[in-house]
Write a protein that binds this ligand. Structure first.
Ligand SMILES: [Zn+2]
Length: 268
């Protein structure tokens, strides 16, 4: 059986409290051999590492999601450096910028938006710094913020690398990311009826420049769309992507496995 990694899962979420062993068993039965549990703040980083310590197939990314940036302490670098030293901390993130829900959309003013954006940029920069220092790569979260984010990563573009997770941007933006030597990853959206733009992006991405992810519990692929996602669903994502790339599941397994292993050197 062709085997795959889930390079972006939120296994520390309460969604999995009731049936965690079954979720892992289904992943293994589906040929998912490694899962990276992605943190959203420092507590979540600790939970992800605790899961990684208990389960050989689980690894962790440690970091702070931009959607929670307002709740971050002034300087997360000391704590993050400590977490990044863990042998199973394979990346920094998820980190980035998210302008999808600005304060002004919830009754705030332009000044509130500026403060919100500035705090996100600050927490993102700190994570880029720790990534560069520790030699870990980054899991990039980007929503409605591409130009600002792309500008902000320029000084770090050759000190660290990032994967633009859940990529859903234009082909032109795809080329900008790839030209930096950075990567993208694709979720279950690739299976959606209205996911043709994602399938077009997949078709335009070289076989050795992307990885697979569920972003579970979100974005369950067809035929599970709307349900709680889980790592086993990488199988459905892989099947669709293999079709789009016109390769066998074995070829897709080999290519995406090699890419992930190279991008996350601690994923031993
Ligand atoms: Zn995520």
């Amino acid at each position: 059986m062709a085997v795959f990694f889930d390079t972006h899962a939120h296994l520390d979420y309460p969604d999995y409290e009731k049936d965690f062993p079954e979720v892992l068993a289904r992943a293994q039965a589906a040929g998912i051999i490694k899962i990276i549990s992605i943190a959203t703040d420092l507590d979540s980083s600790h939970r992800a590492l605790a899961l990684a310590e208990r389960h050989p197939m689980i690894y962790a990314a440690v970091g702070w999601h931009p959607g929670n940036a307002h709740a971050a302490p002034g300087d997360i670098r000391p704590a993050l450096r400590e977490l990044a030293r863990h042998p199973k901390a394979v990346a920094i993130g998820e980190c980035g910028l998210d302008y999808y829900r600005l304060p002004s959309a919830a009754g705030g003013g332009a000044a509130d938006d500026a403060v919100y954006r500035q705090k996100q940029a600050e927490i993102f920069r700190q994570q880029l710094e720790v990534a560069a220092e520790t030699g870990l790569n980054c899991i990039i979260h980007q929503r409605s913020s591409f130009d600002d984010l792309f500008a902000q990563i320029q000084p770090f573009a050759h000190k660290t690398r990032g994967v633009f997770h859940c990529f859903g941007e234009s082909l032109e933006r795809l080329q900008k990311v790839l030209a930096l030597g950075w990567l993208v990853s694709y979720t279950g959206i690739v299976t959606f009826k209205n996911g043709q733009n994602i399938r077009d992006a997949v078709a335009a991405t070289p076989l050795d420049r992307f990885m697979l992810e569920t972003d579970c519990p979100y974005l369950a692929p067809v035929p599970y769309r709307g349900q709680r996602g889980e790592p086993a669903f990488v199988r459905e994502i892989a099947a669709t992507i293999a079709q789009v790339k016109m390769v066998s599941l074995d070829e897709l397994s080999a290519a995406t496995g090699r890419t992930a292993q190279e991008f996350f050197p601690k994923l031993a």
